[in-house]
Design a protein around this ligand. Structure first.
Ligand code: KG4
Ligand code: ZN
Length: 377
């Protein structure tokens, strides 16, 4: 079975082609077009710009993936008249799709998987409408995919048999959740952030320090430069909600603490490399400390046999090391961590999740759901 997967929920345009053979999921080809340069000037994602970029990037990404996979033939795919109605708001995408259809025929694919939510409404709609239009031209069913579930589906690429119960930490730019899975299709949210997501805290702190976007990798790179022996500064950031009697998080106060400390310093200090490295280290320590502390509490309380971490923030090396250290305290508990390219947004994880789904929809039944929850179908 072959699935074409589409991801446009935030600022990465992802297309991937995957196959499932004898129970094993494999990526045939995958492209992620990053919009980091576009959003750098805002220090965050600007939805209308992101939508425009998705429209521009989708067909080149599609063509790249299908060419690499040898799934394109010279020729013409008949254009379905309904695509004009589906893509009337996405005119750039419509015209790119028409050019594609005039030039190519696509070899046999079985379904199109697309992220329907959660995410930014205008961004989700670009991917959803593309999937709807393309599915009509190729006469394929659509598999709607929940983006948060997709963030922990990377384990499907390995041969591992996951033992339940599973406790998962999903930490990205939009979400921070601890979820208990008693089996493959049950998701019980134990706790989530009450305000900013962990990734948002990295991004906003990086913006205060003038490090650019996305902030997570920039903060991590600065933190790695920190050396305890030559620091002339002292910063102690809070560990918000660490000891609260639940599994919730709160990261907006942390970002504010970064801002207040920064503002209290003179210009020279604000630009001092050691100050920036120390602050980055403190942000990384604080966020990862709280995340891992609560993850450990959940593993203990629910007798987890497997711990899965996923989402952009879990690309963070310090977080991965702390997760490993924590898991080693529990005999027989296995930790599954994604590679960097599967931690941050991509279409491979969307395709992998689709292989687990029995849903097959037609274009009229699929819509963007910006507020979808992990526990929703
Ligand atoms: O999963 P993702 O690509 O998109 C969402 O679904 O939100 O996550 C993006 C987030 C951004 O906030 C980014 O700063 C953060 O993940 N991130 C990191 C690292 N790499 C990406 N945060 C900390 N350390 C990293 N190495
Ligand atoms: Zn994501």
């Amino acid at each position: 079975m072959i699935i074409l997967a589409v991801e446009t929920s935030c600022d990465d345009t992802g297309i991937a082609l995957l196959k499932k053979d004898k129970g094993k999921v494999e990526t045939i080809a995958s492209v992620v077009s990053s919009q980091n340069e576009v959003h750098e000037k805002w220090g965050g994602v600007y939805p209308s710009e992101a939508k425009r970029e998705h429209q521009k990037n989708l067909i080149p990404a599609l063509t790249g993936v299908l060419k690499k996979s040898n799934f394109l033939e010279e020729g013409e795919t008949p254009e379905h008249p309904e695509i004009e109605n589906i893509l009337w708001r996405e005119t750039t995408l419509l015209s790119n799709l028409k050019d594609f259809l005039k030039k190519y025929r696509v070899k046999k694919i079985d379904a199109i998987a697309v992220t329907v939510g959660p995410g930014l409404d205008p961004c989700l709609w670009v991917g959803v409408n593309f999937a709807r239009a393309f599915s009509l031209c190729l006469d394929l069913p659509i598999v709607p995919v929940n983006h948060i579930k997709a963030h922990i589906s990377f384990f499907l690429f390995s041969d591992k048999n996951v033992a339940f119960p599973v406790v998962t930490l999903i930490a990205s730019g939009g979400h921070t959740e601890l979820v208990l899975m008693k089996d493959i299709n049950s998701y019980q949210v134990l706790g989530r952030t009450r305000d900013d997501a962990a990734g948002e805290c990295f991004d906003k702190s990086a913006r205060v320090l003038g490090l650019g976007y996305p902030g997570g990798p920039k903060i991590a790179a600065e933190a790695a430069k920190f050396s305890i022996s030559n620091s002339q500064f002292s910063i102690k950031l809070p560990r918000p909600m660490k000891y609260s009697d639940d599994y919730d998080f709160s990261f907006s106060g942390l970002k504010t603490a970064v801002l207040y400390d920064y503002r209290s310093r003179d210009k020279e200090t604000q630009q001092n490399k050691e100050y920036i490295a120390l602050m980055a280290k403190e942000v990384e320590e604080s966020v990862t400390d709280v995340l891992i502390f609560k993850l450990e509490k959940a593993v203990k309380e629910h007798n987890a046999k497997t711990v899965i971490i996923g989402g952009g923030v879990t690309a963070n090396k310090t977080l991965q090391e702390k997760a490993k250290e924590m898991t080693l305290k529990f005999e027989g508990v296995e930790l599954l961590t994604p590679s960097v390219n599967l931690a941050t947004d991509n279409a491979e994880m969307i395709g992998a999740t689709a292989f687990m789904s029995k849903e097959r929809k037609n274009y009229k039944e699929v819509e963007a759901k910006p507020n979808l929850k992990i526990s929703d179908n």
